[in-house]
Design a protein around this ligand. Structure first.
Ligand SMILES: [Fe+2]
Ligand SMILES: [Fe+2]
Length: 462
């Protein structure tokens, strides 16, 4: 799809809704913008069955295209949509001019009035509009339960993961020894991870949850890349944006190379002077990346913003008037926080997945963008693939797949029976399964457990 056309469409649409509140309806200025917008939309719908626009934070995603570059100008428009609780607009083929005007009415209606009339979906329906659908972002591209994946595919995912670890190791060395940084290897690793996730996200999520425990620095960088890409893919972002986003996620902590190692590896609480030094790493990292050839702007924006919270607190300190964070920064922040809490760090032990999710949910809307956090939890589940769990039957299971409909009820392989004996050929079960007579769930998860405690080797079950 032509970017220019998309930009024009959004600009005209924004103008039309804005002017509508200034001029009386039917005014030539409004009609001109509206007609032009509708014409573009018709052209776009010639090629496609539907056109999707989604609002995330302060940004617009148009058919998977990330409109960050022009979105500063769209700040008012995205805010209007957000205030009306519209996360997504879908235009369907066959859209008529009257229907389009009906949408404009809804978008330019005073908030109070819209609320009192039953909300945007109801008002739109009352106007007889059928080819414009308003909705929630979760429906943009819902995570599907995926078919089982073959051995070969899992082996490939392992190879891509390893490639990414090696790539980041090399970059860290180059930066440390002030050599010219070559990001080709990293680019290759990220490209193959994107392709892998587009086919089936489970193997890489499994690796990310298994590797959270070792060699923190490198596996952390790769895990953040995996968990960021999984989110971006589910939002329907295009391939180029995903590749750039993966590089950004992989390199988000490069600024830490400037922080003295004693501080990074300090087991106890940091003094405020030490913390001040840690706080420099986002800006330092952005500076390093700006001077690295082949790095997109997205990577240094994300690096700079990855410790700024959704409510704009955190560090570095930014002015509150500037509009919101980049979508990429919000995705990386979720992935980064999650993986850090799940990992053994010098100053804290790993936190179980269910507790990590609970703590993050408590900060929804403050630290994290709520729609994105909700979606993240649905994607990876409360017990992500790769987790060992104790069931209420006292059996021990290995989670091998998430159920998008219920993050608490994944699919598991039973690896230890209720008497504590290891099962040679693990049975696969779906925790959404109910007993027909009672309507109760057959099995539920009590808690996640450490496989070592049972002498289990995670790799055997992947
Ligand atoms: Fe960081
Ligand atoms: Fe990090």
């Amino acid at each position: 799809m032509e970017e220019r056309l998309v930009e024009d469409f959004i600009t005209y649409l924004t103008n039309a809704t804005r002017n509508k509140t200034i001029y009386p309806s039917g005014h030539p200025i409004i009609m001109r913008s509206l007609m032009r917008t509708f014409e573009i939309l018709e052209t776009l719908l010639e090629e496609k069955e539907e056109i999707n626009i989604a609002v995330i934070g302060d940004e617009l995603i148009f058919e998977g295209m990330h409109l960050h570059e022009i979105s500063t100008a769209l700040y008012g428009f995205t805010r209007d949509l957000r205030q009306r609780e519209i996360e997504k607009i879908t235009f369907l083929k066959g859209l008529k001019n009257e229907e389009f005007l009906g949408l404009i009415d809804v978008l330019s209606m005073a908030q109070e009035k819209l609320k009192n009339s039953g909300g945007p979906i109801k008002v739109l329906a009352s106007k007889g509009v059928k080819n414009v659908v308003l909705g929630k972002i979760g429906a943009l591209k819902e995570a599907q339960p995926e078919p089982g994946h073959g051995e070969e595919f899992k082996a490939k995912a392992k190879e891509f993961y390893k490639n990414a670890v090696e790539a980041i190791k090399k970059i860290v060395e180059d930066i440390k020894f002030k050599k010219r940084v070559n990001i080709e290897k990293a680019r290759f690793a990220i490209n193959s991870m994107v392709a892998s996730i587009q086919r089936n996200r489970t193997p890489l999520i499994t690796l990310a949850s298994l590797k959270a425990h070792d060699e923190y620095t490198f596996s952390h960088a790769v895990n953040v890349a995996v968990l960021t890409l999984v989110q971006g893919e589910a939002l329907g972002l295009d391939r180029q944006t995903l590749n750039d986003l993966g590089i950004a996620a992989l390199l988000h902590d490069m600024g830490k190379l400037k922080v003295p190692e004693e501080i990074l590896k300090k087991p106890g609480k940091l003094t405020s002077e030490e913390f001040e030094l840690i706080k420099l790493h986002p800006a330092d990292g952005a500076k390093i990346l700006m001077n690295t050839p082949g790095i997109s702007k997205l990577a240094y924006v994300v690096t700079f913003e990855h410790h700024i919270k959704y409510d704009l607190s955190g560090y570095p300190v930014v002015s509150r008037g500037k509009g919101g964070l980049n979508l990429g920064s919000m995705l990386v922040r979720i992935a980064d926080t999650y993986d850090a809490m799940r990992s053994n760090r010098y100053y804290a032990k790993e936190i179980p997945p269910e507790k990590t999710i609970k703590e993050m949910e408590e900060s929804s809307g403050k630290e994290f963008e709520p729609v994105l956090l909700r979606k993240f939890i649905r994607l990876i589940g409360v017990y992500p693939p790769g987790t060992f769990v104790r069931l209420d039957t006292e059996e021990i299971g290995f989670v091998f797949q998430t159920n998008p409909s219920d993050p608490y009820r994944p699919r598991v392989k039973i690896v230890i029976d209720s008497n504590g004996s290891k099962i040679e050929k693990p049975q696969e079960i779906n925790l959404e399964e109910k007993v027909p007579e009672t309507g109760n769930f057959r099995r539920s998860i009590k808690e996640s457990v450490d496989p070592e405690q049972f002498g289990l080797v995670p790799d055997e079950y992947m």
